[in-house]
Design a protein around this ligand. Structure first.
Ligand SMILES: Cc1cc2nc3c(=O)[nH]c(=O)nc-3n(C[C@H](O)[C@H](O)[C@H](O)COP(=O)(O)O)c2cc1C
Length: 321
């Protein structure tokens, strides 16, 4: 499959997730089989105003194609921010967020708000495509709410404006992250476009990946929340997509090794203090489904140093299975 000039087989994408898919987690997921990652969304205005914190979120990981994602609703600012995002990161493609449902974003006409102004969204894609020399992709939802589902018209416009790929999250803005993702509508999007279409929503393992691909006919898959504490989902789904045997999940000790590796990468990326704050949620996710872990989850909720992380990791491996 091709995204513009980028060649990729069986695209399997780690969904961009603010506060989750930092450079460390993307690196781990890429090692385990995500062949495309996308940075957390970054405000186009913040980039243009040279906000350093936003710029740091764009660090490109190794081991996969990596897209930089920006949001905003002003074509000129988006075009300038797109160039800056690529200069800062060296990413392989530029993704435009047209799916974020959060009121602060969507009600200001950014993120999913752009689905209510398709002509403006089109203009943004045109301007960004003109401004950069990598493929420009779009991530959107079904529409604003169930009375205004417009993803078919919307994605057609995106294609005509020059988007090289669209990812469709099969929910409306009003649904946020609840209810069942509508794969039927994703199939209709796929049927009408020539550019690659990625299906997103409710893919939680090899079985749902197989069903989603068959159901939608999509060119690839994006996985979001099911990756929390479980980057091995990529090894599983990648094997499924390649028609290979599904690998077994590693034992707890090996999983904790990977978690600690992720936290070391995070420390290298943004220092011990922030890395430890971030590790509190990731580490608890790595222990989801592990029996008798509640004592350690409490410890994790207050860890502040890398030494704390190493100590809890050692205790967990010693005491739990
Ligand atoms: C905590 C969180 C943060 C997210 N941040 C972003 C983001 O920055 N950009 C984006 O395009 N989508 C974002 N999403 C949406 C996901 O990429 C994905 O589309 C959504 O979770 C549906 O996929 P899933 O059912 O596999 O989780 C976020 C989702 C979550 C749960």
């Amino acid at each position: 499959m091709r995204i513009g000039n980028l060649e990729i087989e069986n695209p399997l994408i780690l969904g961009p997730m603010a506060g989750v898919t930092d450079w460390a987690f993307r690196t781990v997921c890429a090692r385990l089989g995500a062949n495309i990652t996308v940075t957390e969304m970054v405000s186009s205005r913040a980039l243009v105003y040279k906000d350093q914190k936003s710029a740091r979120l764009l660090r490109k990981n190794e081991g996969s194609l990596c897209g930089a994602q920006i949001f905003g609703n002003d074509p000129a600012i988006m075009a300038e921010a797109a160039g800056l995002a690529l200069d800062i990161s060296g990413c392989d493609f530029l993704d435009i967020n047209m799916g974020c449902p959060m009121p602060k974003i969507a009600n200001s006409g950014d993120g999913c708000g752009l689905m209510r102004t398709p002509e403006l969204a089109e203009q943004i894609v045109r301007e960004v495509v003109k401004a950069v020399d990598v493929p420009v992709t779009v991530k959107c939802r079904l529409g604003w709410d169930k009375g205004s589902i417009n993803v078919l018209d919307f994605t057609k416009r995106m294609e005509q404006a020059g988007a090289a790929m669209v990812t469709v999250h099969g929910r409306t803005r009003a649904m946020l992250y609840t209810g069942v993702a509508d794969w039927d509508t994703i199939r209709k999007v796929k049927e009408q476009l020539s550019i690659p279409v990625i299906a997103n929503g409710d893919i939680v393992g090899a079985e749902s990946a197989r069903r989603c691909l068959k159901w939608t006919g999509a060119d690839g898959l994006m996985i979001g929340r099911a990756t929390f504490g479980d980057p091995w989902i990529f090894a599983e789904v990648a094997a499924e997509m390649a028609g290979k045997e599904i690998p077994e999940r590693p034992c707890l000790a090996d999983r904790i090794d990977v978690a600690v590796e992720q936290f070391k990468l995070a420390e290298a990326d943004h220092g011990e203090k922030i890395a430890c704050l971030e590790a509190r949620k990731h580490f608890a996710w790595y222990l989801r489904g592990v029996r008798n872990a509640s004592y350690y989850k409490k410890e994790i909720a207050s860890l502040t140093t890398m030494e704390d992380i190493y100590r809890v990791a050692k205790d967990v491996v010693r005491d739990l299975k």
